[in-house]
Design a protein around this ligand. Structure first.
Ligand SMILES: [Zn+2]
Length: 254
């Protein structure tokens, strides 16, 4: 099963490579050895994971997830004891929680593979595909800009990328698949920024053209509403929220 999507970055963005070109730019944008832009799978995985976690909190469905999957850094509570962790001290003889199944945690194998998002084209005109942007580091103590604290970033112009998320685990029951796919699709739709300094307005983005392909026969067992409107993310979210109960799912009229 594969979820394909289009990522549209609508403003200049910067996802750093961790490299500099001395004398030219302090941090280059990430690209392949041949120069082609892309968005790395691990970056996307983290971004989508954050969005999915937000959805779980919004819908009060985080209660069904283990603590290890929800928190990134140990909280005060975790420091005092072992956090609830699927496969360790939680859901030991049951299927792991949705976050563990999708993204994997220490004791749970992840069952999805995230692809890199491949560059398709730049959008808009009149801009350099890549430009160098200069910034000042402000000294918080004085509020001044010391001269030696100028730094530069490479910025990518608005562009379209394509990626996919593929289920790699063993076959599962339709209601579990619905939970995973519903959460992933809603998470994709929640993406609104990519890259660094997004608070400054960089990297405004949206995911659309979400399409699904099934090759394992599970499609037929999913609620009819999502089968009939496979591109409608709202339907998947609704199916996810109703736990796959078709009777509670009215069609949207758009
Ligand atoms: Zn878990």
């Amino acid at each position: 099963m594969r979820i394909k999507y289009v990522l549209r970055i609508r403003d200049e963005y910067h996802i750093g490579s961790g490299l500099s070109r001395p004398g030219v730019v302090d941090e280059t944008i990430i690209r392949r050895p041949d120069g082609q832009l892309f968005i790395p799978a691990e970056y996307l995985r983290g971004l989508i994971r954050d969005c999915c976690t937000q959805i779980l909190y919004w819908t009060y469905m985080e209660k069904a997830c283990c603590e290890a999957s929800l928190y990134k850094a140990p909280t005060e509570r975790e420091k005092q004891g072992v956090p609830k962790t699927c496969g360790l001290n939680y859901r030991i003889n049951e299927v792991p929680c949705a976050l563990c199944r999708i993204f994997g945690t220490t004791f749970t194998k992840k069952s999805y593979r995230f692809s890199d998002a491949e560059f398709e084209r730049f959008e808009g005109s009149g801009r350099e595909p890549i430009r160098i942007s200069t910034h000042n580091r402000i000294d918080p103590a004085t509020g001044r800009v010391p001269k030696d604290l100028l730094f530069t970033f490479e910025m990518g112009s608005p562009a379209v990328f394509r990626g996919y998320i593929e289920r790699i685990g063993i076959l599962i029951e339709p209601n579990l698949l619905l939970e995973e796919v519903g959460l992933l699709i809603a998470g994709l739709r929640l993406v609104e920024r990519v890259g660094k300094r997004s608070a400054k307005g960089w990297g405004w983005a949206q995911v659309d053209e979400i399409t699904l392909s099934f090759d394992d026969g599970l499609e037929d067992k999913l609620p009819s509403q999502v089968r009939e409107a496979p591109k409608d993310w709202r339907m998947w979210l609704k199916a996810f929220l109703s736990g796959g109960d078709e009777s509670g799912m009215d069609s949207f009229k758009s």
